[in-house]
Design a protein around this ligand. Structure first.
Ligand SMILES: *Cc1c(COP(=O)(O)O)cnc(C)c1O
Length: 231
């Protein structure tokens, strides 16, 4: 049951937060609904979940009109520059900005809409050739460049570390992302340098990510079950 799964995860989030002297309210749960039908999102919404994650912009476009206005999407996949327009129209946040060109494309549409958008910079913290994201080394430079994009608010960092068989092995990657964010916040490179968003942790390791400072966890399988294959 989706509603029971959400309740269980919220409980575990609260435990991980409390054991690391943090407040559970400081951690947002993104329910990753990619490849699941609108009915699954509706079920989660009925259980109080309003924030969802998708990695194909076409899916956001198809699902959004069928859902209540309160439902918000974070985009968590690779975003092609020519799809930025749709993301600016349909997403509350793009968590995967990894190049200036993409930010500029988002800004162009945001100007027309007279809107601002919260974004995260995706960092390939494990230097994993199979993962997208900018290297830790190049992150400062990109954050500097993003300062000049008026309608983009760089709220923090996101990462997807290499898949590890034991969730404890993800900890060093999460820690590295937090240390990087702390270093960059001292240079005032974020929208709010006293409150930086860190999106890290998925179904198998979100509790570890919270212990290391995650403010956003992205959980799919543990809420919705095994994903259907994309047709
Ligand atoms: C699919 C996906 C998730 C969710 O993964 P689960 O293991 O199903 O919780 C989280 N983050 C990103 C970027 C994803 O693409």
């Amino acid at each position: 049951m989706i509603s029971e799964n959400i309740a269980t995860i919220q409980e575990k989030i609260a435990i991980a937060a409390t054991t690391s002297n943090r407040s559970p309210e400081d951690i947002k749960l993104v329910a990753v609904s990619k490849r699941f039908p609108v009915t699954a999102i509706q079920e989660a919404y009925a259980a109080g979940q309003t924030l969802f994650g998708e990695n194909y912009i076409q899916e956001v476009q198809q699902k959004s009109p069928k859902l209540p206005e309160q439902v918000r999407f974070h985009f968590i996949g690779h975003l092609q520059t020519n799809k930025a327009k749709i993301a600016a129209e349909s997403c509350a946040m793009v968590e995967t900005v990894d190049r200036l060109k993409l930010a500029k494309a988002l800004n162009k549409r945001l100007e027309e809409l007279q809107n601002n958008m919260d974004i995260l910079v995706q960092v390939n913290i494990g230097e994993d050739p199979d993962k997208s994201g900018i290297s830790a080394e190049d992150t400062e430079n990109l954050l500097n460049e993003l300062q000049s994009i008026p309608r983009i608010r760089t709220c923090g960092l996101m990462t997807m570390p290499p898949i590890e068989p034991n969730p404890e092995l993800s900890r060093p990657y999460f820690r590295r992302l937090r240390l990087l964010s702390e270093k960059l916040s001292k240079k005032n490179l974020f929208f709010d340098n006293d409150r930086i968003e860190l999106s890290m942790g998925m179904s198998s390791d979100y509790h570890i990510a919270i212990e290391e400072g995650a403010t956003i966890v992205r959980v799919g399988t543990a809420i919705f079950g095994n994903r259907p294959v994309r047709k």
